[in-house]
Design a protein around this ligand. Sequence first.
Ligand code: AMP
Length: 359
Amino acid sequence: MRMLPPGSTIGILGGGQLGRMLAIAAAQLGYRTHVLAPESESVAAQTASSFTRADYHSRIVLDELAASCDVVTYEFENIALDPVEYLAGKVAVHPAPVALGIAQDRANEKQFVNDLGGRTAPWRKVTTRAELDEALAAIGTPAILKTLRLGYDGKGQVRLTSADEADAAWDAIGGRPAVLEGHVAFEHEFSIILARGIDGTMTSYPPPKNEHVDGILARSTLPAPAPVAAQWTEAAALAGRIADKLGYVGVLACEFFVGAEGPVFNEMAPRVHNSGHWTIEGAVTSQFENHVRAICGLPLGDTALTAPKVEMENLIGEAANRWAEILTEPGAHLHLYGKRAVRAGRKMGHVTRIAPIIS
Ligand code: AMP
């Protein structure tokens, strides 16, 4: 494909903070952005060139978007597949809907990764209460029951410490199709954020160590400790095989546990990712810019660190009220997402701290 020249328009499905930061990166390179999202207060719309407030299923709206954009991307993976496939018949859509289809179903995703030689937690697909018993017998406890679809940030997940908790766990996820996963006794969690261009060129960032609180990312730190560094090459190679197999174009995030025998793949997101927000100031080219570069057919940018130490802290709920104090910290870069209402567990912003100020 030819390079889309600056001045072209990028359609973004989804109106949250990832779309917001994509639109900022696109604007920096001279592109226009058109956000399509159903919510009245889209924080991506605040930074985009234009905004259509509509749900994703109107063919009229999708036709208009396809006609007004040179390429379309998406900023969240729980968008229905159908409108994305429809758009792909009319305009270039990156990443291709096939990646979305796999990432939206935990069983498909794990099977796909196992088929590529990737290590996952032991898992079984569970569609009935009886299958949960069979899966518990096969996998044992502790284990985690996760809904097949629409889970993120630890939502739609129940931990089981004994098979006696099967009824309660099944009720807790509403008896929906799920996977049962064995609990991985991991030392650390990390992610591989890679970008793959239209010509198949790939690059990836040094992996951050990620710490979660209540299932939500709290902090990413670089450089990651030695146990993560030791598993980096194997994890990055697997992420590369995933991207190649999918003919992927754009930024892909793969989350891993540091397992006793090597990296254990947890899940992937076919989009820019919270554990890559540090790249805005902490890498030569941000994940957002590299996503824009990839989907527009441009050469990918350098992923090297800009400082010996980088840390990203998510500002969740009330934590964002510390904004004035954060601004007084040398080396701290504050990002607020423009969300009006502070709610517990809501990602309101993040702060990236660049060495040498981290003691
Ligand atoms: P997920 O939504 O799958 O990313 O899960 C959210 C968080 O729950 C992960 O980042 C881990 O901290 C934890 N977790 C998920 N699956 C497992 C597992 N199989 N073993 C241990 N911890 C897990």
